[in-house]
Design a protein around this ligand. Structure first.
Ligand code: ADP
Ligand code: MG
Length: 301
């Protein structure tokens, strides 16, 4: 669904240049439900806006489905945004019309694109748990309910890819859980690929895969602004293997029997094919290529 390689985004303002993404690699399979986690300023919104066609990439590769977002024309971009992606923001108030009902709000983008499908609009509101509230005016709904209307709206064009920027950023934990449940259900039932951007580590366990982003900035800017960064407050671990610059720690889900999947690019970078050495030092589990270690497995060099 998504393939980014060496993706660079530079914002130019007057004589200032901000490198918001500095060679990011990311692959997302069709039908995945995944999260991108990183501190404020790490480039999460930039990445999402680039994937959503709201921001133009500066260099590198970024492909979504059949679209090449580096080469896409302005006309194609309009079509891309209309047909391929749905977008959800932390605060959707600006996109909702307070004096229209929930149902009318969902029908609005359908109207703009020329075809109102009332049955589908109702179905969407049912999916997000608002069947009973669809004839209520938006301003009569709670913040969490409005956010669920926004999710319904984001699907009104039947997108293949749903991009959510901090979708649970301004709701309480119970609402956040409910929203994550809706994402999971939509992902399973209509197969829409979902990428959620957040700085909330607790969401990690609620998706199939998490990728951490932290060096979207140039290294000097990065060090200046984040002297001790580590997503969990720990010291940062610099990837040392070749080919992993601009890539990030990957958070993976460990299943009940202890299996986890190591990202392919990590294995490739270390030349690990079918065997690896695993060390446990009391705090960390270190997976290395067998040939990198001395015979006794205690070589810490
Ligand atoms: N439109 C813009 N113009 C200039 N700099 C920007 C713009 N948008 C984002 N940035 C900068 O790019 C970096 C990444 O920002 P952003 O993608 O918003 O991070 P995040 O969403 O992870 O908090 C920040 O340093 C930010 O100041
Ligand atoms: Mg952001």
């Amino acid at each position: 669904m998504i393939h980014c390689e060496g993706l660079v985004k530079i914002y130019k303002t007057d004589d200032l240049e901000v490198v918001a993404l500095q060679g990011l690699n990311l692959t997302v399979e069709d039908g995945e439900l995944m999260a991108i986690i990183g501190n404020s300023g790490s480039g999460k919104s930039t990445l999402l806006n680039t994937l959503g066609g709201l921001d133009r990439p500066s260099a590198g590769q970024v492909k979504v489905g059949p679209w090449d977002l580096l080469k896409i024309t302005e006309e194609e971009l309009v079509q891309y945004k209309r047909e391929t992606v749905g977008f959800i923001w932390q605060n959707n108030a600006r996109n909702l019309l307070p004096y229209l009902t929930a149902l009318e709000n969902v029908e609005m983008p359908m109207m703009l694109s020329g075809k109102v499908d009332r049955e589908y609009a109702k179905q969407l509101l049912e999916w997000v748990g608002l069947k009973e509230r669809m004839y209520n005016k938006l301003h009569q709904l709670s913040g969490g309910e409005q956010q669920r209307v926004a999710i319904a709206i984001s699907l009104s064009n039947r997108p293949k890819l749903l991009l959510a920027d901090e979708p649970t950023g301004s709701v309480d934990t119970a609402t956040s859980d409910m929203i994550m449940g809706i994402f999971r259900k939509l992902n399973r039932e209509i197969g829409v690929t979902i990428v959620i951007v957040t700085h909330d580590m607790t969401l990690a366990s609620k998706v199939d895969r998490v990728v951490a982003i932290r060096d979207g900035l140039t290294s000097t800017e990065f060090i200046k602004r984040n002297p001790n960064i580590g997503l969990d407050g720990s010291d940062s671990v610099q990837p040392t293997a070749k080919g992993l610059t601009g890539v990030h720690e990957a958070y993976v889900v460990v299943d009940r029997v202890g299996r986890l999947q190591v990202p392919k690019e990590f294995l490739t970078a270390l030349g690990i094919k079918d065997k690896a050495t695993m060390e446990f030092d009391g705090e960390r589990i270190i997976i290395s290529s067998p040939k990198l270690l001395g015979g006794n497995g205690n070589d810490k060099s």
